[in-house]
Design a binder for this molecule. Structure first.
Ligand SMILES: Nc1ncnc2c1ncn2[C@@H]1O[C@H](COP(=O)(O)OP(=O)(O)OP(=O)(O)O)[C@@H](O)[C@H]1O
Ligand SMILES: [Mg+2]
Length: 326
């Protein structure tokens, strides 16, 4: 029975790249759900497949190397993994929008900000006239907290600060009131104060519009602050999915436990070293057999080298892919 609270359901998604060394699976059989109006955090170390997951949902994989090999991405019960490109065009940017880590690469440096916002309206609402577009653009810039929006409209991206550029990116993403906003490390390039402002802004806009947010980060502190649900990824697989409360209170996967142990805490005496997880994420061409985390895992057992561990239910809406829980 379809669950009406779920807006996006990723089922057994496999996304691969054709490289000189052959085909590699950057995302290998992952499943997770996004609830309406909720914020889902996607967390994991660098290279674990967070951005590839986001680009798969947006159908923006680099072509021709990147392909969705199998699996489903159900958006409102339509499988967008296999949707023809022209139909995906109707959804991308309008129903599912994304903000990227480095706004300079996704804003056009030679177009004025007003023009770039106007283009989004033109593309998705061709019936809008010029003055309507100007009014809507100003309203949008106001909404994302950009002071003196009339002035900003005629400026170029390099003329405004990084924090303001990120706000422009958010304005562009929100122009069509999407059902899902994917934010891929939208604050990592910003200083801490601006980061906090951007997080507040995303949360405020989410409350107003009821959109779902997929928030990608390697920062568990950010996850704790803004997410309801969490997916922990490791080397192209999902290690654990849980509510944010369960994940912090009762982490079940040794990888999640390691990530949590590496967060600096107030009570940690200064100058003591944090418990970082030993070793590195394996490259996709040198994955160990069985569980991909086993070489770094303090609990590794014989069985871990055999087959990849299945996802096990360990609580209500709580799953971990680990033989400790089989
Ligand atoms: N265009 C590509 N061609 C080949 N491999 C790629 C390509 N893009 C990504 N990959 C590989 O896919 C894997 C996952 O990359 P991805 O960018 O999703 O990681 P990530 O979790 O977003 O990391 P980060 O936190 O650094 O952004 C990596 O091993 C990466 O090298
Ligand atoms: Mg990334």
């Amino acid at each position: 029975m379809p669950n009406n609270d779920i807006i996006l359901s990723v089922n057994h998604l496999v996304t691969a790249f054709d490289t000189e060394g052959g085909r590699i699976k950057a995302v290998d059989d992952i499943s997770f759900q996004v609830n309406k109006a909720h914020t889902l955090g996607l967390v994991g170390e660098s290279g674990c497949g967070k951005s590839v997951t986001a680009l798969s949902v947006m159908r923006l994989l680099p072509k021709p190397a990147g392909v969705i090999e199998s699996g489903q991405i159900l958006f409102n019960n339509t499988d967008i993994a296999s949707l023809p490109a022209d139909q995906m065009h109707e959804i991308r940017g309008k129903r599912i929008a994304m903000i990227f880590q480095e706004p300079m690469t996704s804003l056009n440096p030679v177009h004025r900000i007003g023009q770039q916002i106007g283009e989004v309206f033109q593309l998705h609402f061709p019936e809008m006239g010029e003055s309507d577009i100007t009014t809507a653009s100003l309203e949008l810039l106001n909404k994302v907290g950009i002071p003196e929006p009339e002035q900003r409209m005629v400026e170029y991206p390099h003329q405004i600060s990084g924090g303001m550029r990120q706000r422009v990116m958010i304005a562009l993403a929100l122009a069509c009131k999407p059902d899902i906003l994917i934010a891929d490390e939208p604050t990592t390039a910003l200083d801490v104060t601006i980061q906090a402002q951007i997080l507040d802004l995303i949360q405020k806009l989410q409350q107003e519009t009821g959109m779902a947010v997929i928030f990608i980060t390697h920062d568990l502190g950010v996850i704790a602050e803004i997410c309801e649900d969490v997916v922990v990824m490791y080397a192209g697989k999902v290690a654990e999915t849980a509510s944010v409360i369960q994940l912090f209170k009762n982490p079940k996967h040794p990888y999640t436990q390691g990530l949590l142990d590496s967060i600096p805490r107030l009570e940690t005496p200064r100058k003591t070293r944090l418990n970082i997880i030993k070793g590195m994420v394996p490259g996709l061409t040198e994955l160990p057999s069985g569980c991909r985390f086993r070489n770094r895992c303090p609990h590794a057992m014989e069985i871990c080298a055999t087959e990849p561990p299945p996802s096990m239910q360990v609580g209500e809406d709580h799953f971990a892919a680990c033989y400790l829980h089989v």
